[in-house]
Write a protein that binds this ligand. Sequence first.
Ligand code: GLU
Length: 487
Amino acid sequence: MSEVRVRIAPSPTGNLHVGTARTALFNYLFAKHHHGKFILRIEDTDLERSEEKYVQDIYDGLKLLGLHWDEGPDVGGPYGPYVQSQRLDLYLEYAQKLLDSGKAYYCYCTPEELDAEKQKAIESKQNYVYSRRCCDPEVAQKLSQDPNRKRALRFKIPDDPKTIVLEDMVRGTVTFETALIGDFVLIKSNGIASYNFAVVVDDTCMKINHVIRGEDHVSNTPKQILLYQALGEPIPTFAHVSMILAPDRSKLSKRHGATAVAEYIRNGYLPEAFSNFLVLLGWSPPNGEEMGTLEHFATDFTLSRISPSPAIYDQEKLNWINGYYIRQTPLPELLEKAKPFLLAYDLTQYPTEKLLLMLEAVREPITTLSELPNAVSYFFESVPSYEGDVYDTVLKTDDTFNVLRQFQEKTLPGLSFESPEAISAQVKAFAGELKPLKMKTIMWAIRSALTGRVHGADLGKTFYILGKEKVTFRIEKALQEISCQFS
Ligand code: GLU
């Protein structure tokens, strides 16, 4: 096989969508598996809806997910430019070839006339195809005299073949009747190439040999196959990947949560976790190992393991994978990723060593980085705020007062803050002396005074991170709070 060349060809009419990112991943993994090239092409021929800010979002999102392209608008390559709006002359050149060989013709029908044709077809419950009125040179010649008419270039669907067979790598054999297609537009009346034409010219010129894209493009494929045939160019291998559906099997939309890649990252999903999740939406690793890097997945990636059934978006699975990545990420790296989420806090009040320990102590139950501010809040507040009913039911009790006072008198003054383990041992020894009070009562009393909660990070680590001064202050403060009640 010659070098594999695949592309992702997003239209910059919105932010990078989850579905596009997943298709990009599949293309990337396929290219890497075959040591081929992954190309980025920006399809901005919809001039009205395309915006530069979306182009930037596409670049940023793909890069975040680790999808670096070998050729593209910003990095160049041998078959550029890689932006469709900069290739308009090329489309006209190819259009001329089809015109010269009688495979295309100018159409002078107005939008109103075409609408009327369509309406008629709807009324008579017929499949609409263009009437081919302008395919007759005499009619076209006559209409062309009218200065109010603009011309578009149409492809003339050949009489043969009558059936187009698509051997799709995901969907299997799909057939289309050419009679149902109709002479479609190649160059619109504003001089811009249509999607189907631009794609075929670009994929031909960029030597793309595998087209891996969303299932929503299956219906465009027979038109594109006819164009390859008309131009005498090789037809690429097609693989149409199923849509990503919401759990209720409806189209994935805003109402199911975020749909833009950048939004997931802003919401605290790690890019590596998110791309791992996306890879599993429709593809399954042969060894069943669902966690891995892109390099790892690329080794096993084949189109035959892409499922033809729709992939169902599973938020819980994404959260689980993200939690796994949060726990696996080396702490210094995690700290860098966490910083944008902790802007509300003055991190300089702790040395890096303690910040790393803090993350280690709180990361176990966390599923997204956006949960971090709450998980670490008590380390940064001067006095912890009390969660739920902890203030009334745990702190303000006789038992807690008793525990804290004894702790303050007996243990705290001599407590060594050498290490979390040493602190745990000393606190346990203190608790042992307070029998018959239950261990839970003692631990809750101390924990609630220090953190305002009854669950959370390891207590030894919490003491160690807070340090003697803060611990002493918080125990004293809690005792004052409780005594107010008794006075
Ligand atoms: N520009 C098209 C889209 O964003 C993709 C075209 C293709 O992959 O052929 O859906």
